[in-house]
Write a protein of this length. Structure first.
Length: 92
């Protein structure tokens, strides 16, 4: 084996020293006021969902809040991508 990252296959006897996964970068499309609004909305939905967790609507609010929070954190919204909306601006 060729170092700590080498992987050896028993059948072929070949060793690989490094395997890289190449993924295209995700374009950001959520920023500025949109991102701040999503953070506020997510906090509200998470609190409402948690306080009403014994009801179906509370569970749905918590799930929706988690999704909105995730889109605010990663600055990528699939719905914005489909609709062609970009609130990041030209600087980011």
């Amino acid at each position: 084996m060729n170092g700590p990252n080498a992987i050896e296959t028993a059948e072929l006897g070949t060793s690989y020293s490094r395997i890289e996964v190449v993924r295209p970068p995700m374009d950001r499309n959520v920023g500025g006021f949109d991102r701040f609004g999503r953070l506020v909305l997510a906090a509200i939905l998470l609190v409402v969902g948690y306080r009403n967790r014994d009801r179906t609507l509370g569970t749905l609010a918590f799930i929706a809040g988690s999704d909105v929070l995730a889109t605010a954190i990663i600055q990528r919204c699939p719905a914005n991508a489909v609709l062609g909306i970009d609130t990041c601006g030209t600087g980011e």
